[in-house]
Design a protein around this ligand. Structure first.
Ligand code: SF4
Length: 379
């Protein structure tokens, strides 16, 4: 079987300010720290994280944080380093996460000329009240400006992130957000359910009764309605949270769900080589020090083979609407599905959370809404 091309992930953890629900490894922008971090990241990419010189890569993803916040030349320099160490395929998907209010024509032109061909824009909502309540540093008008600027700069593969379950969100405001997003002409949409970490500010505020969140059942109904609505607008759902125009699925993110190798660089970044997962130090200070002193940034490494690989294959494949072919799985492992997993699948089939077509099983929309509960059975 031909070896899947690598995905390269570069973590750029700087943001204008912290959103109230943020649970990502990110900090407020500081010019000196950003310059130091960028130098460390370049060194890590140049070292190649143990991959053979010239290893083939089919996707590069700049995630954050807010990569679009960084000085214009950063992305170009990092891409040069990727090209110096890896062989990027001719049709390499090169994605960059951006937030409204952090783009400029100069930056967008430089991203384009350096090879970025996909931008994922954090819109979250088209209601200014919801954006304020979530602590986002932009308005809906700024999202539209960013979209127009990206189009003008020649980007023809744009994704919008939207968030369901934000404070102040109502069925009416959500439908308006979704309609505006779907009619904006973008090629891809990600719909995430607000997932509050206990530690994040919004989580604390919700616990203390200082903020009211939309009713969970109502949000679930809106998700199911959105799946139908987007289908009617010509978007294909290919993963629980992801929808695209034909041919515009995120090739990089598909690698995670298909357990293909991804080399990840930067603070807290996690790599997978098909058999092991390795994680870098998540503190920026620790990460920079390790790189500056010539040490590896890696702080954890674990095998994900055998039973764990099977477990991961089950719950990651079920995230995708293509689901999982049980016959192919049995052929690749050389053994039938363990009894516990087979029984769980039968139970979910009976409950209507999973559907079967030939030897392939996939989540139904009600199953997608209960995916965390379902996946627990496979861990
Ligand atoms: S933009 Fe993203 S990474 Fe940055 S603070 Fe907001 S949620 Fe966190």
């Amino acid at each position: 079987m031909p070896q899947a091309e690598l995905g390269l992930y570069l973590h750029l953890p700087f943001c204008l300010s912290r959103c109230l629900y943020c649970h990502f490894n990110s900090v407020v922008f500081d010019a000196a720290l950003e310059a130091r971090y960028a130098a460390a990241l370049l060194r890590e990419v140049n070292r190649g994280a143990g991959a053979p010189e010239g290893a083939g890569a089919g996707s590069v993803y700049f995630g954050g944080g807010t990569p679009s916040l960084l000085p214009a030349g950063r992305i170009a320099a990092l891409l040069d380093a990727c090209r110096g160490r890896f062989r990027l395929s001719d049709d390499c998907e090169i994605s960059l996460e951006a937030n409204p209010g952090t783009l400029s024509e100069e930056k967008a032109a430089l991203w384009r000329s350096s090879g970025v061909n996909r931008v994922s824009l954090g819109a979250q909502s088209f209601s200014d009240g919801e954006l304020v309540a979530a602590g986002r540093a932009h308005t809906a008008a700024m999202t539209l400006e960013a979209l127009a600027l990206l189009r003008k700069s020649g980007f023809d593969n744009i994704s919008l992130d939207l968030m369901l379950g934000l404070p102040q969100q109502t069925p009416r405001s959500w439908r308006r957000t979704l309609e505006r997003a779907a009619s904006s002409g973008v090629e891809h949409l990600s719909l995430y359910m607000l997932d509050l970490d206990e530690e994040c500010l919004l989580g604390v505020m919700a616990r203390e009764g200082k903020v009211t969140l939309p009713d969970g059942d109502e949000t679930a109904d809106l998700y199911a309605e959105s799946v139908e609505y987007l289908r009617g607008c010509g978007f294909e759902q290919y993963e629980i949270s992801n929808f695209s125009r034909p041919g515009r699925r995120s090739r990089h993110n598909l690698k995670y769900w298909r357990r293909e190798p991804v080399l990840a660089f930067g603070a807290g970044a996690c790599s997978f080589d098909g058999g092991r997962r390795r994680a870098n130090a998540s503190s920026l200070e620790d990460y920079c020090r390790r790189i500056e002193s010539g040490r590896s940034p890696e702080v954890r490494s674990e095998s994900v083979e055998g039973e764990r690989a099977l477990s991961e294959t089950l719950f990651l494949s079920l995230r995708l609407t293509e689901g999982l072919d049980l016959d192919r799985l049995a052929a690749s492992t050389g053994a039938p599905l363990p009894e516990g997993y087979a029984a769980a699948i039968e139970e979910f089939l009976a409950r209507g959370w999973i559907e079967r077509e030939g030897s392939r099983v996939r989540l139904t929309v009600p199953g997608m809404l209960l995916s965390n509960e379902i996946f627990r059975e496979f861990v």
